[in-house]
Structures are given as C-alpha cells and as structure tokens.
Design a protein around this ligand. Structure first.
Ligand code: SF4
Length: 344
C-alpha cells in the first residue's frame, strides 16, 4: 500500500514537480513492490546512476538482467539496449522510461535495408555491432561489441565477405587491424564520436602535454591515427586505473564517472561536446513514473527475439561463453568502477 504522499501521479511532468528526495523514496518503494531492478548505462545522468542497481555497458547490463531474479527490469539507456535485455530475458517485463531514447546510429540501418544488401552478397557473413535494433540482430549471423569486434571478424573464414553494420568507423578500424579487404561497411556512425575533431585533440594535447590520449574506435580515422591507445571504454577504465593523466575520446558521461572515481587524477574529455542527448533523456522523474505505471514496456515478436538471441549467443560463446558480469552495483559503492565497451 502506497502512502498518501506516494499516490500515483499521471504524467512524468507531475513527477518532475516533486522534490528529489521524494522521487528517490518513490523509486525505492515501487522497486520493492514490483520486484524490479534498475539498470543504468555508463552514459546516464548521475541522478540515474545513483539509484541504479547495476551500472555498465549495454551488454553487461543485459546479462545482469538475464541473471537477476527480478521480474521487472527498468533499463535506463537507449532503445536497442532495452531490446537486448528483452532478447536475453523474454519472460521478464522490460521497461524504458522515455520512448524517445533511441540511438541515431542504430536507426541508420533497418532490417529491409540489410536484407537488400544481403541479397547482393549472398555468401557474406553479417556482423552486427550490438548498437543495432533487435530486427537487425535477427538478420545477422553474429553480433560484436567494440571490445571484441576484431576477434569476431577474425573468426569468419577469410574467403567469406563480411557485411559489417552499422558503424563505418568501427568497420574501418577492424579492417585495418585484421588486414581484411573483404569487409563491406554500412555507412552509419555515432555522431557523438564522429563529431570529435582533430583541433580538439590538438588543443587538449597542448594543454595537457603529459597525458595519454585514448580514443574509442567509433571515432574518425584522423583521430585514431594520433591516439596513443585506441580502445573500448573497458580499456579506458583500465588505463584510468593505471595512469595519472588521460585525454579521453568518448562520450563524456564516462569521463564524468571516472573523475568521480579518481578525483585526484587528470582526466580530460577530448571534446566537451561529446554528449549523447538521447542517453540523457532519462530523468529521475521519468524513472519514478515508469515504475509506477509500468511503462514503456518493450515488446518483441518471438521469432525476431529468438533470431536476435542466436546472433548474440554466438558472439558470447566466441568471447568465452555466457557469464554474468561482476556488475558494478551503484555509483557510490561500485568496486572497480564502470567497465564496458563503449555505448555497447
Ligand atoms: S553515444 Fe552514440 S552509439 Fe551510443 S546511444 Fe548515443 S548515438 Fe548511439
């Protein structure tokens, strides 16, 4: 029974008028009533991270979702992530607090478009970056993250062409790392990483000459060529543990988290503008509304879900099997801090 002060309100705007403490208390109560968990992506607002049961990248969180006994999962990230959680947890109720939280890069490829490309290359193997819809994953042979993309591509017989979707920058990076010339890349990109420019990198280097420059492979070639290390966000987290000064080329939510974790270190965002607005659509008020109203529920056709699951599981088997990540619980007590492979 919810106390009078916790009566259900109608819209997220009604919730936005409530004090922060009341929102946090409502979320705590409803979570217990619903047997729910809150999964927060590394790039979420700090207010979301603070009430999340688990923090991480999308795949880690989806694996947490599959492992948890909770019946309701509120995924604070973007749509493809909530879909991945549903793919791996078909019997659980998966919610996303804001339906508009999509990923522009994932939306650059759809299943009909991919089917047309497949028809032109009937002997090709389709590798789908996990930053893609469930329908696109269902059309793929295997998924990859930025951390395991090279290994996934190397697992494909050399004589088979590869259709790599949707990130052209990650595809180019993998092509250079593997030396394969038969990778056909979809022309998609993450604007957050693609918009980082050389001038920003050079300025950061001038201002912090001793700092190691680490850049995510979703960035453009000219930046990657000047990086000291090209790595996924899990690699960035490791480097932040080992080094005193880093210039970090990825979404700045990760940089903000690392700064909280290592306040004595010099951790500089390569670009102050590297912010994913879609990731920031989730707020405490929308989260409280989502838990009260059990919305918005992610629903997938079973046939699509099962085929997407097959592509994801093939990747997981290649990467050492299905395993529950040692999930970072919540911001304050996160042992080892954020991990992961970028947005994915
Ligand atoms: S950071 Fe890039 S890849 Fe991640 S959700 Fe935003 S647009 Fe998509």
């Amino acid at each position: 029974m919810i106390a009078p002060s916790h009566r259900t309100l109608e819209t997220p705007l009604d919730y936005a008028a409530l004090p922060r403490e009341e929102l946090v208390e409502r979320i705590r109560r409803r979570k217990a009533e619903r047997n729910a968990v809150i999964l927060g992506h590394n790039y979420q607002r700090v207010e979301i991270q603070e009430v999340s049961d688990f923090l991480g990248d999308s795949l880690e969180l989806s694996q947490e979702a599959a492992a948890t006994p909770a019946e309701v999962i509120v995924f604070c990230g973007v749509r493809f992530m909530a879909e991945t959680a549903k793919v791996l947890s078909p019997r659980k109720t998966v919610l996303m607090p804001d339906l508009r939280a999509g990923c522009p890069m994932a939306d650059m490829v759809d299943a009909p478009g991919l089917r047309r490309l497949k028809a032109r290359y009937p002997d090709a193997v389709v590798v789908a970056y996990v930053n893609s819809s469930a329908e696109v994953k269902a059309e793929a042979d295997i998924c990859c993250t930025s951390a395991n993309a090279v290994r996934v591509v190397e697992s494909v017989p050399p004589d088979r062409p590869i259709l790599f979707v949707p990130d052209r920058n990650l595809a180019r990076y993998v092509r250079e790392r593997t030396g394969r010339t038969n990778i056909i890349a979809w022309d998609g990109y993450c604007h957050v990483h693609d918009d980082m420019v050389l001038e920003e990198l050079e300025r950061a280097r001038r201002e912090h000459p001793g700092a190691l420059v680490v850049i995510h492979p979703e960035a453009r070639k000219d930046l990657l060529e000047r990086a000291d290390v090209v790595t996924s966000t899990s690699g960035m987290v490791r480097l932040a543990q080992e080094h005193e000064a880093l210039i970090i080329g990825t979404e700045r939510g990760l940089v903000d988290r690392l700064r909280q974790q290592f306040p004595h270190k010099t951790l500089i965002p390569l670009s102050g503008a590297a912010v994913c607005g879609n990731m920031k659509l989730n707020t405490l008020a929308k989260l409280a509304w989502s838990l009260d109203h059990l919305r918005y529920e992610v629903v997938l056709e079973e046939e699509i879900r099962a085929r997407a699951e097959a592509s994801l599981k093939k990747m997981l088997e290649l990467s050492g099997g299905w395993g529950r990540p040692s999930g970072a619980p919540a911001l304050a007590g996160a042992p080892g801090g954020p991990r992961g492979c970028g947005c994915a």
